[in-house]
Design a protein around this ligand. Structure first.
Ligand SMILES: [Zn+2]
Ligand SMILES: [Zn+2]
Length: 357
């Protein structure tokens, strides 16, 4: 597991082995329309806009598979909701099920997004991968980045071209972080990758959608937040509140998590769970933060030794980029109590002071 992710999972890495692998018999081009709408989603029956007979056909062909929504262990005494990641037992309750004529466990944690009971199936696409329209020059934005923004944008772009990488970008408010993402997103689109930008707030989703639609006019882009229907179910680029990732699994090649140090991401264990699950196993993750030190303050498990590696950073310029592989190497080579990293030219030096461990 990558370094930064360890901060979000205090006990153990989430296990997503319940997600079936893609079926090898389904390279059928005719299924592209379904693939673009359903791949990477983990849905309830009524969230799939298909008549029963069409859905049954996809199930018979193993293009869609059903997954048990709640896994139970220890003779049914402990439960885990695979949709939201809830393992807190007090957030499970029982109600009678009309369909099965018995009493079932259901998850109270994710009930706002539709109730999942022990007999409720989640539907997961295992057919062909979606293929998106090739674009030579997807970005229509004609603005210019400042030299410092360019440096950030280049780091982001370099990370996005690789797989299974992570990068934390610290950009103060008003630093123009949206524009800094454009080159990286351009590269991802050119490579036919699927991208998600997750942010804690619905108003930010609403504000970002038209800006990205203007910048990438030929890329299908969807905005998802509570209370709106998915108007672009086949979108290549998704801007969503983090909660909406509850409906995704192994969907994105690139996931950008905005305001990663905002309170809910640390306070609600479902959010890192669904963010991790919505990314493909080899996805690249970009974390954006304006206030990295909050990660320490908010995390209830801040006695973990991993956390002591989290840098106390004193920003003397606008941006700080921390490649955590680099930091891990630093840790190996120096018994760090304090360490200076000079980044960029004289005007954008950044001093990083690593905590004792
Ligand atoms: Zn039932
Ligand atoms: Zn749940």
């Amino acid at each position: 597991m990558n370094f930064y992710k360890q901060l979000f999972f205090s006990k153990s890495t989430p296990d997503f082995s319940f997600l079936p692998s893609p079926s090898p018999n389904t390279s059928d081009e005719n299924h592209q329309d379904h693939a673009r709408k359903l791949a990477g989603k983990l849905l309830l029956r009524d969230e799939i806009v298909l008549p029963d007979h069409e859905l049954q056909l996809l199930l018979d062909e193993h293009n869609i598979q059903k997954i048990k929504s709640i896994a139970s262990y220890f003779n049914g005494k402990r439960h885990h909701c695979r949709r939201c990641g809830n393992s807190a037992q007090h957030l499970f309750a029982s109600i009678p099920c009309m369909r099965c004529d018995t009493t079932h466990i259901y998850c109270r944690n994710c009930i706002e997004m539709g109730r999942v009971m022990a007999c409720t199936a989640l539907y997961f696409w295992t057919g062909p991968e979606p293929v998106y329209q090739e674009q030579e020059d997807p970005c229509a934005w004609e603005g210019e980045l400042t030299p410092t923004q360019t440096k950030a944008a280049t780091e982001i772009e370099k990370t996005i071209t690789k797989s299974n990488e992570e990068l934390l970008v610290w950009a103060v408010c008003g630093a123009g972080k949206t524009e800094m993402l454009f080159p990286g997103i351009t590269t991802a689109i050119k490579q036919g990758k699927r991208i998600c930008l997750a942010t804690p707030r619905a108003d930010v989703v609403r504000e970002l959608l038209p800006r990205f639609q203007l910048a990438f006019p030929n890329t299908t882009t969807a905005a998802l937040y509570g209370g709106v229907e998915d108007k672009q179910p086949d979108a290549q680029f998704i801007i969503a509140t983090t909660h909406q990732l509850l409906r995704y699994a192994h969907a994105f090649d690139v996931i950008i998590i905005d305001e990663v140090d905002a309170f809910p991401f640390h306070a609600d264990p479902s959010l890192p769970y669904v963010a991790e699950r919505s990314a493909k196993p080899n996805a690249t993750t970009i974390y954006l933060t304006a206030t990295p030190r909050k990660a320490l303050k908010n995390d209830p498990n801040n006695k973990n030794s991993e956390l002591s590696l989290f840098p106390f950073a004193f920003m003397v310029s606008h941006y700080l980029f921390l490649n955590y592989n680099l930091l891990s190497r630093c840790k190996r080579h120096f018994k760090l109590t304090s360490y200076q990293v000079l980044f960029g030219n004289g005007s954008s030096n950044v001093r990083i002071l690593l905590d004792k461990y």
